[in-house]
Design a protein around this ligand. Structure first.
Ligand code: NAD
Length: 349
């Protein structure tokens, strides 16, 4: 296993890990440990280039600093990416080698599930490192975070509906969901139970068909999702999907979803604002997962009550952000970033 330090201004530590015999290549980015050890999941994707994977790790790690602060957790921001197709390239040996890379950072970074990863994978990683959460078994095991992530997004959608449409009741509203994996599928269940009409899409056509049948949803092709007519759009797949090309197509009153880094650039928050589309900042909407993971890292005893309290606080934070954005006539993203910057500002002695 080769571990190489990568120079990245504004990041506390970035490493490349490589084991050619196992076909393992990826990055761990530690953005900040100001509030505590950096925590954020590991994502496995068939990135086209190593530079693309590194850039994803950097952006996602910074996003975790913001997400953990917005959820008021004593954790900093970090993230890991592994280059490869999780359906083809993932193996117990590869995951164990990744665990070794995590251990080499001596607790500066805690890992957990992200795209392409499961609790069973965390067990393999955990055989080589103490700094893994999202395990299925163990004293403080928190398991798959996606059901709690979905609950947090559901709450964010209700807050967005209140601000945009003057109602938290989702009965009869049309909500489009992009990405029907761990988070998106749980979210569809909650939205369906609340009486919302669903329009869904996934690049995996079978998953799309399955969810459409389960929740009487309309399934559309992946590139059609931006143009459908819906009250709220919930992106739950990949980042960068709110951009100069997609935003002019949107016919939604609000965007509130779980994908990380939905905005291709900060300027896209402004584009949404100018079009009158209310954007619920992703790093607040999707904080439920890390709240769940934090119970394991922080060894929380009264888990359910603690998670419920934190989810409620997160919902109130979203409400405060959307209220302040309205009063100041700026984008909610701008308000959310400025709140977190205030939280991260070193306190005067
Ligand atoms: P997942 O891998 O289980 O599901 C992602 C789904 O999106 C897959 O079904 C995939 O086929 C689909 N997809 C990929 N690209 C797509 C595209 N262009 N169009 C339509 N569908 C596409 O991942 P997940 O755990 O559900 O996470 C989804 C998103 O939420 C990610 O951005 C992740 O970082 C974020 N997130 C997840 C959690 C969590 O608890 N799992 C927590 C916070 C944030």
């Amino acid at each position: 296993m080769d571990i190489t330090i990568i120079d990245a201004p504004d990041y506390e530590r970035v490493v490349e890990f490589k084991d050619s015999a196992l076909g393992l290549l990826g990055y761990i980015a530690v953005h900040s440990t100001q509030r505590g050890p950096a925590a954020g999941g590991v994502r496995m994707r068939p990135y086209g280039h190593a530079a693309e994977a590194l850039n994803d790790a950097l952006q996602l790690a910074r996003g975790m600093t913001f997400k953990n602060a917005a959820a008021d957790l004593p954790l900093g921001g970090g993230k890991a990416v592994i280059i490869g197709d999780p359906h083809v390239d993932k193996s117990p040996d590869l995951l164990r080698a990744f665990g070794q890379a995590v251990q080499s950072l001596s607790g500066q970074y805690w890992t957990a599930e992200d795209m392409g990863m499961t609790p069973a994978d965390m067990a393999h990683i955990g055989s080589r490192t103490d700094f893994v959460a999202g395990l299925a078994d163990g004293e403080f095991a928190s398991g798959d975070p996606s059901p709690i992530t979905a609950r947090g997004i559901f709450n964010a959608i209700r807050v967005a509906a209140q601000h945009r449409f003057g109602r938290t009741d989702l009965d009869g509203l049309t909500i489009s969901v992009q990405g029907l994996g761990h988070v998106g599928a749980h979210l569809c269940q909650l939205l369906h139970d609340a009486g919302a009409r669903l329009i869904v899409t996934d690049i995996d056509a079978r998953q799309s068909a399955r969810v459409a049948e389960q929740y009487a949803a309309q399934a559309v092709a992946p590139d059609m999702i931006y143009g459908v007519e819906a009250d709220i759009f919930a992106p739950c797949a990949i980042g960068g999907i709110l951009n100069e090309t997609s935003i002019p197509l949107l016919q939604f009153g609000a965007v509130a979803g779980g994908a990380n880094n939905q905005l291709a650039s900060a300027g896209d928050a402004q584009l949404l604002h100018q079009r009158g589309i209310l954007y619920a900042p992703d790093f607040v909407a999707n904080g439920g997962g890390i709240i769940n993971v934090a119970t394991e890292i922080l060894r929380v005893e009264e888990r359910e009550a603690w998670v419920a309290d934190r989810l409620k606080a997160l919902e109130q934070t979203m409400d405060r952000i959307l209220t302040r954005a309205k009063i100041e006539a700026v984008s909610p993203h701008e308000v959310a970033e400025s709140i977190v910057h205030e939280m991260l500002r070193p306190k005067a002695a």
